[in-house]
Design a protein around this ligand. Structure first.
Ligand SMILES: Nc1ncnc2c1ncn2[C@@H]1O[C@H](COP(=O)(O)OP(=O)(O)OP(=O)(O)O)[C@@H](O)[C@H]1O
Ligand SMILES: [Mg+2]
Length: 505
C-alpha cells in the first residue's frame, strides 16, 4: 500500500502539514481545545481528506455531518433503532465496508451514550473476517467517556465507557482506529485519552487541562503555556503520524459546512415594542395547537334488551305468538356474511361503540339480526366477539390471505377480548406502519385507559405472541411472532397536538 498523506493545512513556515493515514490507523488521535478552537473543523478536514482512502464511521452528537454525508456518500444511521438492531447494523457496516454517520442529534446524553455504545460494540464484535481498517471519529468524546460520574445513570456511563475503552485500547487489532476530540481533557476518562499516540492541541485556557496536555505530550508545564495563545484553527501537532517534535499547524479549509458556525453579530430587528409583543404573544399560523381531549359523546340512554326486543318485535309479540322469533328469510351464506358485516359496521359507527362491552353490543347485534330477519343463529357470542375484534382492528374477515389466516388462528389462542388488539398490531406490522399508541390499543380492547394498552402488550409479549422493543428515540417497535412482521417505530404516548412526525422531526 502506498503511503497516504492527509493534508491538514500548513505549518508555521508555510510547508504542507501532513498526517500519515496508515500510521494514524495504528496509533489513534486525540484532539483537545476549548470551545471555538476549531476541533470540529479539524475533524471535518481530516474526514474530508481521508474519505476516499479509508472506511469511516462518525459518531455525530449534534447532527453536524448531514451535509458531509451527502457530499461523500456516507450512510446516515439514525437512532430510531433498537439496541439489538443497531448492533446488527454495525456488523453489516463492517462486512460491507460502508462509511456511515451515526446521528445522535436531539437525544438526551444518557441515550446518546447507550446508543453509541451499542453501535461501537457492534463494530468491535464483528466477525474477524471483517476486521478491515476503519477510522472512528468521536467528537465531544467526554460525553461518551466521562472522567467522573455525572448526572447520567451509572449503568449508561459504565456501558459507554466500556465501549470507548474497547475502541481506544483494544480496537487496533480489530482494525478500529479511534480519533477523538474533547473541549476539556480533565473531563475525559484518563484511560481513553492515554491510548492515543497522536495529539493535536488547540487553544486551552484552564490550568488543569493544560497540565494534562503537557503530561500527555511529555512537555513541561511552562512549554505548555503556549496553548493559551493559539488562534482558532491553530493546533500543536505531535505523534508518530504527525511530527516527532511539537509542530504548530494551521488547519486548512473544508468543503462541507457544519451547522455550528461562530456566532456572528447581526442587525437587530426594528419592530416597535408593541409589534414585538404582538409577535411573541400570538400563535403563528403554522404552530401546533395543544388541543384538549375531545369531550366524550353523551351515552345514549340505556334501554334494556328486553325493552328493545319489545319495541322491535312488539307487534308480533303482542299478537300473542309466544315464540315470536321471526322466520329467517332464506338467504345464501355469502349474503348472510355480508349482512353480518353490515350490522357490525353499523354498530361500530356509533360514537361510543369502541368502549361498549362486547355482551352489550351482542344484544344490539341480535336485535339488528331480527330486524333484518336473519334469524337467531347467525353468530354465537364467541364468534361475535371475534368478528367484533376484527372490526375494531379494522380488519375485514374477507380478503385475508394465508399469512393472515395463520395470524388470525394464532389470535384465537388469546382471550377473546384481546384478539382484536393483537390483530390491530398485526395489521400495522404487516404494513410496516408505526406501532399503534397506548390509547389506540386500549380502544381496540374497549377501554378508555391508555395504561390498559401497555398491560395488553406486556401480556402478549410474556406469552410469546409478540416482542416489544424500544428504540433509542423512545419509540415502540413490535414484532409479531410467526410471520415476524414488524411495525415501524411508534410513539407510545403521543403529546396532545403533536403528530408522531412532528415529534421525530
Ligand atoms: N482552520 C479553520 N479555518 C477557518 N475557520 C475555522 C477553522 N477552524 C475553525 N474555524 C471556524 O471557527 C468556528 C468554531 O470552530 P469549531 O466549531 O470547529 O470549534 P470547536 O472547537 O469544535 O468548538 P466546540 O468545542 O464548541 O464544538 C467555526 O465557525 C469554524 O468554521
Ligand atoms: Mg465542536
Amino acid at each position: 500500500m502506498t503511503k497516504v498523506a492527509v493534508d491538514l493545512g500548513t505549518t508555521a513556515t508555510g510547508e504542507p502539514a501532513e498526517m500519515d493515514l496508515e500510521e494514524l490507523l495504528s496509533t489513534r488521535l486525540l484532539v483537545q481545545g476549548n470551545s471555538g478552537s476549531g476541533k470540529s473543523h479539524l475533524f471535518r478536514r481530516i474526514l474530508e481528506q481521508s474519505a476516499g482512502f479509508v472506511q469511516q464511521a462518525i459518531i455525530d452528537p449534534e447532527g453536524d455531518f448531514v451535509s458531509f454525508s451527502e457530499r461523500f456518500g456516507h450512510v446516515v444511521v439514525d437512532a430510531d433503532r433498537t439496541p439489538a438492531e443497531l448492533g446488527r447494523i454495525a456488523a453489516r457496516i463492517r462486512q460491507h465496508r460502508a462509511s456511515v454517520v451515526l446521528n445522535l442529534e436531539g437525544l438526551d446524553a444518557e441515550v446518546q451514550m447507550s446508543c453509541a455504545a451499542a453501535f461501537l460494540n457492534g463494530l468491535f464484535d464483528a466477525d474477524r473476517h471483517y476486521w478491515f481498517p476503519m477510522l472512528i471519529a468521536v467528537d465531544e468524546a467526554q460525553i461518551f467517556a466521562p472522567s467522573m460520574a455525572g448526572e447520567v445513570a451509572d449503568e449508561a456511563r459504565r456501558i459507554s465507557l466500556g465501549a470507548m475503552t474497547n475502541l481506544m485500547c483494544r480496537g487496533r487489532k480489530r482494525g478500529l482506529a479511534g480519533m477523538i476530540a474533547t473541549q476539556r481533557l480533565a473531563k475525559l476518562a484518563k484511560n481513553v485519552a492515554a491510548e492515543a499516540s497522536n495529539f493535536l492541541m488547540g487553544r486551552t485556557f484552564l490550568d488543569i487541562d493544560m497540565a494534562r496536555a503537557a503530561d500527555l505530550l511529555g512537555m513541561d508545564r511552562r512549554q505548555a503555556e503556549r496553548f493559551r495563545d493559539l488562534q482558532p484553527g491553530h493546533f500543536v501537532a505531535l505523534g508518530p503520524a504527525l511530527s516527532r517534535r511539537p509542530l504548530p499547524v494551521r488547519i486548512g479549509s473544508v468543503e462541507t459546512a457544519g451547522r455550528s458556525g461562530r456566532p456572528v453579530l447581526m442587525a437587530l430587528p426594528e419592530a416597535s415594542p408593541e409589534a414585538m409583543a404582538d409577535l411573541i404573544f400570538t400563535a403563528g399560523a403554522d404552530e401546533p395547537v395543544a388541543l384538549p381531549p375531545p369531550p366524550r359523546a353523551p351515552r345514549e340512554p340505556v334501554v334494556s334488551t328486553h325493552e328493545l326486543l319489545e319495541r322491535v318485535a312488539g307487534p308480533r309479540m303482542a299478537a300473542g305468538a309466544a315464540e315470536a322469533e321471526p322466520e329467517a328469510d332464506p338467504i345464501d351464506a355469502e349474503e348472510l356474511e355480508q349482512q353480518i358485516d353490515e350490522i357490525i359496521g353499523e354498530l361500530m359507527s356509533a360514537p361510543d361503540a369502541a368502549f361498549r362491552p362486547a355482551p352489550v353490543l351482542y344484544q344490539d347485534f341480535l336485535v339488528h339480526c331480527r330486524l333484518k330477519r336473519l334469524g337467531r343463529t347467525t353468530l354465537d357470542m364467541a364468534a361475535f366477539r371475534r368478528r367484533l375484534g376484527l372490526a375494531r382492528a379494522g380488519v375485514g374477515e374477507g380478503g385475508a390471505d394465508e399469512a393472515w389466516a395463520e395470524v388470525v388462528a394464532r389470535s384465537e389462542e388469546l382471550p377473546e377480548d384481546m384478539q382484536g388488539v393483537f390483530l390491530l398490531i398485526a395489521k400495522a406490522a404487516r404494513g410496516g406502519e408505526p406501532c399503534p399508541d397506548d390509547a389506540t390499543l386500549a380502544r381496540a380492547y374497549g377501554s378508555h385507559s391508555p395504561s390498559r394498552g401497555r398491560f395488553l402488550l406486556t401480556y402478549m409479549a410474556e406469552r410469546g405472541f409478540i416482542a416489544s422493543e424500544t428504540d433509542f428515540r423512545g419509540n415502540r417497535v413490535v414484532t409479531v411472532a410467526g410471520p415476524n412482521w414488524r411495525t415501524g417505530p411508534g410513539v407510545s404516548k403521543p403529546t396532545p397536538g403533536m403528530t408522531p412526525r412532528m415529534r421525530r422531526a
